[in-house]
Write a protein that binds this ligand. Sequence first.
Ligand code: ADP
Ligand code: ZN
Length: 531
Amino acid sequence: RFFVQMMSRLSSEQILHEVFGYSAFRGQQQDIVEHVASGGDALVLMPTGGGKSLCYQLPALLRPGVGIVVSPLIALMQDQVETLNQLGVQAEFLNSSLDARAAREVINRLLHGELKLLYVAPERLLTEGFLNLLERLQTHSGLALFAIDEAHCVSQWGHDFRPEYRGLTVLHRRFPTVPRIALTATADAPTRAEIVERLALEKARQFIASFDRPNICYRVAIKNNPRQQLQAFLEAEHANDAGIVYCLSRKKVEETAIWLKARGWDALPYHAGLDTATRNRHQSRFLREEGVIMVATVAFGMGIDKPNVRFVAHLDLPKSMESYYQETGRAGRDGLPANAWMVYGLGDVVSMRQMLDAGDAPEERKRVERQKLDALLGFCEATTCRHQTILRYFGEVHPGRCGQCDNCLNPVDTWDATEAARMALSCVYRTGQRFGAGHLIDVLLGKNTPQIEKFQHQQLSTFGIGKALTSQQWSSVYRQLVALGLLQVQMEGHGGLNLTEEARPLLRGETKLWLRRDNEIGRRIVSRAER
Ligand code: ADP
Ligand code: ZN
């Protein structure tokens, strides 16, 4: 009690030093803290590791009453409450992990005005009982603020939609005088707009930090033998490091973890299909021990605060630029050099498209998801600075030439692919716009496969006209034509390709096309230190 009252008489700097033990604010922290402490609403966009927690924890200490923090992540709540308690701040959490008695205990402390911060899951917060409790609190000891963490969860365009978040507008309606601060590490323009709209934050001041992660070296390689590629990457650069390997499916997570383990790596699987005890055990080994590799689906990572993750590897394509940014952002939170390494191929594009199309989301949403995937493909095929490309997507300007991405370290070779692309496209057209790249390449190379026999494709004018290129080069051409939007993967079937409007100028001979040369991509890039 004494501690609680004493704090509201200190300045924000004093609390920063004396409670949190930091010597200075970072970035916009001080502006945010003072804005919220003086009763203003705020929307804070700051990359992971930027120091968002302080932006609501400190104002909660400066204002009378308790700060209510909405968070979707039980593990995160526990971590934060533990840390706060160690700093001497009275904090608790309320979520499904507490039994009834423990929960009553927390509520008692709350009612006695003993807490400065309470972390609560959205579904709990939104119960009528809890909202009534908050009203009582407001008139007695006071409500310092509402912090809405992981605010992108309110957006159905975001990568982690949580329907409960939609109900959070009630906070504004029932407690209009209590300041609200919404925070997220990831939000492109449409998601940002939706957060503002859904949480009624039109009048909130927006604090948008730079999303640049200069210590992360982004690299994209073409997939040919993904496990071997991963193994080579780990051996060359991360022999003893902690890192995360993302895979799309649970099955692939299991298989990859077993494969790595058999080769002597300390790898553990993590996905939503494992029982809670196993997941917790693996997570805590990853957090507490050195050099553990977590092979995981996207179920792993949100809210994981491990500063020395040295690499994030993607064996499958994430579903959007935001997901990619978010997932790779778990590397190098300590600011030291870290790698974001990904292999991808046309097969990934096909399976991601099919996954999106097969989902039961409304057509409008699928359209947005397809656009988001396309933006990521554009990124994969980009020949310019990766940092620049990522930041441009988030509406930020970066001068490029970072010296810390594959394209800057090993400038990409391009070649005039106009003729080849025309052959590739006309082969799609002649075969009736229904076959996948594998068959199309067989036709171009003039192979005699049962499939070609069956469809009489030896008789086509494009049969055997592509012998000047190898099968690998053709697959590079097709992959890039898809990424550039000249071809699209069909919704139904098995990766059949058809022409889009964008392909016309090229087919008519009106434009030229330069593509990136793949040969060099797989090779290990030379790091700055070695140059
Ligand atoms: P976020 O929630 O944005 O991912 P956190 O709030 O977890 O980031 O902060 C990331 C790390 O930075 C934490 O270890 C935190 O203790 C540290 N940190 C935050 N603010 C400061 C500061 N002003 N000075 C030094 N370290 C800070
Ligand atoms: Zn670069």
